[in-house]
Design a protein around this ligand. Sequence first.
Ligand code: VGL
Ligand code: ZN
Length: 203
Amino acid sequence: MKALLLIDIQNDFVPGGALAVPAGDAVIPLANELQARFDLVVATQDWHPPGHHSFASSHPGRNLFETIDLDGLPQVLWPDHCVQGSAGAELHPALRQERIEAIFRKGTTPVIDSYSGFFDNGHRKSTGLADYLRGKGVRQVYVAGLAGDYCVYFSAKDALAEGFDTYLIADATRAIDADGFARACADLRQRGARIVDSSSLLS
Ligand code: VGL
Ligand code: ZN
């Protein structure tokens, strides 16, 4: 069984959103087209309470995009984004949802960030996604969405560590930083993931 994992395709991560990924909306047509090629489609949703500790606004005197130590973990300080119940936190209205069987929310614990759809950044708490996928008989996990250098990267890394055959669909991903994404892809390849294009799935 092959699963498509659509990461954080939310209003705040596309141009005009609070934490816009350059050309983030470009992933949506491919995310829609790819769904029919998979046995299972799952989405993740960044879902922060107001005042989340990953927000620069929670650390007076600190700057946006600065990295601080948060409870022993490096933490980039982001603009307020994907606040629970806000329009920015909703999945993008152009993303087809008919085949999305489950949405895994993450980033709900105020004091720790959660880039991966599987675990928080300290691997302290699981979302249950790996067991969910195993329960559905999934062996291959394909990740796409936003952002390639953060939540897509960390989700792919955890998928590998959980023993799934892991693929990153590069053209169905956009990143915050191109160099960061190149490093992420190199690291994923070294860990055994395959970086593919949607053309290999849509032909
Ligand atoms: C993300 C930064 C903060 C992402 C989420 O979805 O890649 N990046 N929260
Ligand atoms: Zn976030």
